[in-house]
Design a protein around this ligand. Sequence first.
Ligand SMILES: [Zn+2]
Ligand SMILES: [Zn+2]
Length: 453
Amino acid sequence: MTEEATNRNGGSGSGPTLKLGIVLVLVIAVGAVIYAKRQPGKPTSVDAGASEQVSLATAEEPANAQKAATSPVKTDKVPRLIDLGADKCIPCKMMAPILDELKKEYAGKMEVQFIDVWKNPGAGKEYGVQMIPTQIFYDASGEERFRHQGFFSKEDILMKWKELGVDLAVEPKAAESFSRWEPAQPDSRPKDSICYLCDGDIVSKTWTVMKTPAGEVAFCSPHCYIITFASITDEDKTHENASVTDCSSGELIPVTAATYLYGMDEHGRPTIKAFADEAAAKEEQKRSGGSILPWTQLEAKEMVTRCGFCDRPVYPEDASIVRIEGLQTWACCVMCALGVAARTGKDIELEAKDALTGDPIRVKTFEGHVAELEPPTAVAWGGARKDAEGNIKSTGCFKQAFFSNEANLKKWVEAHATATGRQMTIQQGLTAKMKLTPEQISKACKIGECTPK
Ligand SMILES: [Zn+2]
Ligand SMILES: [Zn+2]
């Protein structure tokens, strides 16, 4: 495992059996949530956020009157967007960074104004606003063209202007973003000493290989092999093509024929050693502890905790923690964690770590948007490469990271000469996931989609 892939928790207070029991219950509970949420007919569009609007209308007032005739209209020659809200309502708060961005990117081309109707109660009446937030679109002649109630994403706002035939006549200034598409230094390790999945160094004692039509693929451990096997969508997949190193002799033996010693390292992270001979496994068990498992039980144990987005097995010690309505699930990486919001259609709370410093980073989503970010300067690194046609391809879960700020990201990239990809906002990472169709989500992280190299 590479250090960036491994959020190791020190200590192992509870016994593994008890821990796995809890894990299993949680996985079932989260699975139920995911299942319930994946039922058809559940809209997940931003408009669902309408339920979070705050009503300003009294019972006698008509609910959807569009009476803006009395609005004071400026005589300048640019279109104008007014957002009427309050600083305490959640969807209103989510509008604030969007308004800021629009203000900056379309300076001189569009006027953007926020009015707090709780601080200026007169304004709500003046603009005929029943709910907050409400956005009113005025064209350059000052005529009201459209109004929208509830959270309105930046993409939707820009699309609406276009629909209204209002040409903002300027390409938004692309946000300055850091990227690197060629490794600063090529990976000098011999190919067969690099784990196909996690990119970690292969230690000869746990070397695991899988024969594929394209050649042999090497893994650092049976764990990385099992994750990869779980990603294969081929119906005819079989463990017959895989071999593992016998710890005693160093010879390769079929994975299904080995006896495994499932132990724990000093960080509380599982370790797997394979033996051709059960007696040798028991000898090692006397020295280092752990439990003896045949292949079928090892695989079943590995498959107990899975990523809430891509379903692949993951050790909680390596995972990002995601909470959905108080239930906890895990994710292979920070991008998978954002994907849990897309897969479940629920708001999530994500606890991640700065890949450089280990400092906590917390993300809360609301209707597919980042509603809270702690620290607010946090950014994402989207590990990726460009293919021959220039298309951006993910380099897999083990190459994705969050940082507390841009400076940490740059330091980390500098220290990882082989890393390629680009800086993203966490919202961009989430938006990419929210755009996936259920079909794409069901295929996410499957072989070929985000192969490490
Ligand atoms: Zn590995
Ligand atoms: Zn995943």
